[in-house]
Design a protein around this ligand. Structure first.
Ligand code: DX5
Ligand code: ZN
Length: 234
């Protein structure tokens, strides 16, 4: 596994000072993770395309849009058109995930597909070549600050195994913090979203660096173990 990336979620930032809070992590983070919630797919409402467009204009970091919305087939392409470099839709909400992923790529975005904690990965393995990123949720989507669900770790491992040599990132989102980040990276995650662990810290930039270092160490350890045993992430 290569370099671990960190995508701080602005769900835990100050919505009245988004540009300032994104700037705080811009030297240490890889992406800014923007959680779009519609009050239907999840029981929370955050922001939509006009705010994302303003974030795109104000941010030095590429935008990683996580769409927790109904009917992403209709709405997701607009985020790619606006300039988000990564657009992730939930497979539970998508009517035609292959068509949607292809459309996002055609618009120049990385296509991401997200799974809620209880959604298995196996039915979707044939779709992997259509994707640039698979997002495994480690909390029920909707709110920041929830406890990490260990129950998803076997799914992360199975997803990493299925990805094999394909050039697909494996993102984990929800409850990622200093006490859980190693488990995620060991299981095979290479893009980690963290909201409260970054914006709840006294120094958000340093929190990003600390998370990446811990994850990178854990990923390295897992790689070594799998090389020694002659198989991947056993
Ligand atoms: C939850 C969102 C997450 C959230 C993570 O539905 O998708 O991105 O911001 O927040 P923490 O890291 O606090 O669990
Ligand atoms: Zn998210």
């Amino acid at each position: 596994m290569g370099r671990v990336q960190i995508s701080p979620s602005i769900l835990s930032a100050d919505f009245a000072h988004l540009a300032r809070d994104i700037e705080q992590v811009s030297d240490t983070a890889d992406w800014v993770h923007v959680d779009v919630m519609d009050g239907h797919f999840v029981p929370n409402l955050t922001l939509g395309l006009p705010v994302v467009a303003s974030i795109l204009a104000a941010s030095r970091l590429p935008v990683d849009c996580h769409l927790m919305i109904d009917d992403p087939d209709r709405w997701a392409p607009g985020y790619a058109e606006a300039g988000a470099k990564s657009v992730t839709f939930h497979v539970e909400a998508a009517a035609a995930p292959v068509r949607l992923a292809r459309g996002l790529r055609r618009l120049g975005a990385r296509a991401g597909m997200a799974l809620k904690p209880a959604t298995p990965v196996e039915p979707y393995l044939d779709l992997l070549p259509e994707l640039d990123m698979l997002l495994v949720m480690s909390v029920e989507p909707g709110f920041g600050g929830q406890a990490f669900l260990d129950v998803v770790l076997p799914k992360i491992r199975r997803a990493r195994q299925a990805i094999g040599d394909l050039d697909i990132w494996l993102q984990v989102d929800g409850g990622v913090a200093m006490d859980t980040v190693e488990r995620c990276a060991e299981a095979g995650a290479d893009v980690l979203v963290a909201g409260s662990a970054v914006y709840g810290a006294a120094d958000p930039a340093a929190a990003v660096t600390a998370l990446r270092e811990a994850a990178q160490r854990a990923a390295g350890g897992a790689d070594e173990r799998s090389a020694r045993s002659g198989c991947r992430l056993e």
